[in-house]
Design a protein around this ligand. Structure first.
Ligand code: SAM
Ligand code: SF4
Length: 333
């Protein structure tokens, strides 16, 4: 491929250097905000192979992508994931590889992942009670997640962050215990507002527990939260530090405080569809190009078309908002 010096900049000047790769739509639990209880997963032949993922990432890296996040579905159910990480880490332009996981299989895989070149981990933890876990995940598993966190901490990853989706009527009682846990474990914690990406289409605005409400609960318990310096304008979270020096808390508020104007992310689904937004209703088929033996300039053209079509914002709060047909597990969160 002729290495184009022109990066993936859209009409609003947003420069896309951050690629989220879904490695599978499968999962070992069934969070109601993401997956249906009964689910038909993609046949394995539909998934991009590791070779195909690496081919695509090389093409994207030539256009300025240097940060990767592996996700899914649950990325740790994809066999030999550390082998993929090793291959991605070998791409010279890539300088940051992160993973988002539910943590259930982390204890047994964390060492291999780190050794392969994984730098940062986001572990999903919506609460600390088994009852809340099962209500959300519709499966058991909290103890395994907690073990996974412990093992990952012992291994010394560059960064480990906890992600908690907040849902009104379900997780209010988890906010303070999670804050306590994060402070005690010296882990960064981020609360994420519930987005309309559940497979069963049950999302309602009144289920959104806003970042502002959560911040209020935390401040009542732990004292003032002070806005933290923003290191990277494109990061989705608004971060705070506890005034008593007890750690850092972030809020990802896509519903009440959209951050689309600084978004630098693009996505590729497990079966190779490129998306410019979680809420995109259009996709660009990279697998079709790769499997028919297409050249890198064709992948470049797809990427540029995808970025050129990016909308200014997701518009969740507008009357014209249309939910994407696909749910979170099919897109890659
Ligand atoms: N299985 C992994 C996990 O759960 O961490 C990775 C994939 S999951 C789709 C990525 C993140 O999206 C998780 O932190 C999850 O809690 C979050 N998520 C899923 N559905 C969501 C929704 N409807 N609204 C907000 N966050 C959601
Ligand atoms: Fe699985 Fe993650 Fe979706 Fe939960 S949020 S069902 S863990 S993919």
């Amino acid at each position: 491929m002729s290495r184009s010096p022109i990066p993936l900049v859209d009409s609003l000047g947003r420069r896309h250097n951050n690629l989220r790769i879904s490695v599978t739509d499968r999962c070992n639990i069934r969070c109601f905000y993401c997956m249906p209880e009964q689910v038909q997963f993609l046949p394995r032949a539909e998934l991009l192979t590791f070779e195909e993922i690496v081919r695509f990432v090389r093409a994207a890296a030539a256009l300025g992508v240097n940060k990767l996040r592996l996700t899914g579905g649950e990325p740790l159910v994809r066999a030999h994931l550390s082998e993929l990480i090793r291959q991605l880490a070998d791409i010279p332009e890539i300088n940051d590889i992160a993973l988002t996981t539910n943590g259930v299989l982390l204890a047994e895989q964390a060492a291999d992942l780190k050794e392969a070149g994984l730098q940062r981990l986001n572990i999903s933890l919506d609460g600390l009670r088994e009852e809340t876990f099962q209500r959300i995940a519709r499966r058991e598993g909290l103890q395994r997640v907690l073990e996974g966190i412990q093992v990952a901490q012992q291994l010394g990853f560059e960064k480990i962050r906890l992600n908690a989706v907040a849902i009104a009527g379900i997780t209010e009682e988890e906010i303070v215990p999670l804050g306590e846990f994060a402070r005690h474990q010296q882990l960064e914690l981020r609360f994420i507002e519930f987005m309309p990406l559940d497979a069963e289409g049950n999302w309602q605005q009144d289920q959104v527990l806003s970042g502002a409400t959560i911040r209020g609960c935390l401040e009542k318990e732990f004292g003032a939260l002070v806005p933290a310096n923003r290191k990277d304008a494109s990061q989705p979270a608004v971060d705070y530090v506890f005034a008593d020096g007890g750690g850092r808390i972030g809020f990802i508020n896509p519903v009440t405080q959209p951050f689309c104007s600084d978004c630098n992310r693009l996505r590729i689904t497990a079966e190779g569809k490129i998306r410019n937004c979680l809420f995109s209703t259009t996709e660009w088929d990279a697998r079709e190009v790769i499997r028919r033996g297409g050249e890198d300039h064709e992948l470049e053209a797809l990427l540029r078309d995808c970025i050129a079509a990016k909308k200014p914002g997701h518009g969740i709060d507008s009357d014209e908002f249309v939910r994407p047909q696909r749910a979170m597990y099919e897109i890659g969160g």
